[in-house]
Design a protein around this ligand. Structure first.
Ligand code: SF4
Length: 211
């Protein structure tokens, strides 16, 4: 955002904003820190600071867009709406992610394909141009933080076709209320896990509907 506003790179200023946001973020909730807030705050800042120091984005590189909401009309399908974290100069779409361990680079393209292909469609529809690249910037929150930047390349025709077929399948499933659980590794971060576990196989699955 500082690059967008043509502000100078200032780590101390970012630290100050981080501290303010840390307090502001807790203003309307009670956090159960178990006496470890300082540790978590330090760890969060250390990870962020690592990103600021290691990011391949130069301080003078002005982005095309930051946190931009875009929409695209898809033939015969619902309108696609999304928010893209960052579009670097030259049409390089960036998605920021955090991870507890180093991601498996070979699987990243597959695991993130629906999301990254949606971003590519949104970019193309909004600008009339093809994206130059799609990058994933993973902040790995290990004891010594790491930054893993993965360039996936622009969306291929093959990926675009897969995305359309996937959306068609989702829409058809919604229309016939085909809400059944699809258990997998993703369940570990699902907020509807308990509802999903209670599904009796007869009624609609509340977890799958909500998720
Ligand atoms: S609703 Fe959640 S817990 Fe159930 S299958 Fe889907 S992701 Fe897993």
């Amino acid at each position: 955002m500082a690059c967008w506003k043509r502000e100078p790179f200032a780590l101390e200023r970012y630290k100050q904003l981080f501290e303010e946001d840390w307090i502001e973020g807790q203003s309307d909730m009670v956090m159960g820190w178990d006496g470890e807030e300082e540790q978590h705050r330090e760890s969060a800042w250390t990870t962020l600071e690592h990103y600021f120091r290691e990011t391949p984005i130069k301080p003078d590189e002005r982005p095309e867009a930051v946190e931009v909401c875009a929409e695209a009309e898809l033939p015969g399908l619902p309108r696609l709406i999304g928010i893209i974290d960052l579009i670097r100069a030259g049409g390089r779409i960036v998605d920021f992610k955090s991870a507890a361990k180093t991601p498996d680079v070979d699987q990243l393209a597959h695991q993130n394909e629906v999301q990254t292909s949606c971003y590519a469609l949104l970019y193309r529809d909004s600008t009339g141009r093809m994206e130059q690249d799609i990058e994933l910037h993973h902040l790995v929150k290990t004891k010594t933080p790491k930054l893993v930047v993965t360039a996936l390349g622009p969306m291929t025709d093959h990926q675009e076709m897969r995305l359309y077929r996937t959306i068609e399948s989702y829409v058809e499933g919604m229309e016939r209320q085909d809400f059944v659980p699809s258990p997998g590794l993703h369940c570990s971060s699902c907020e509807f896990y308990q509802e999903c576990r209670r599904w009796n196989g007869k009624e609609l699955c509340p977890g799958a509907i909500a998720g």
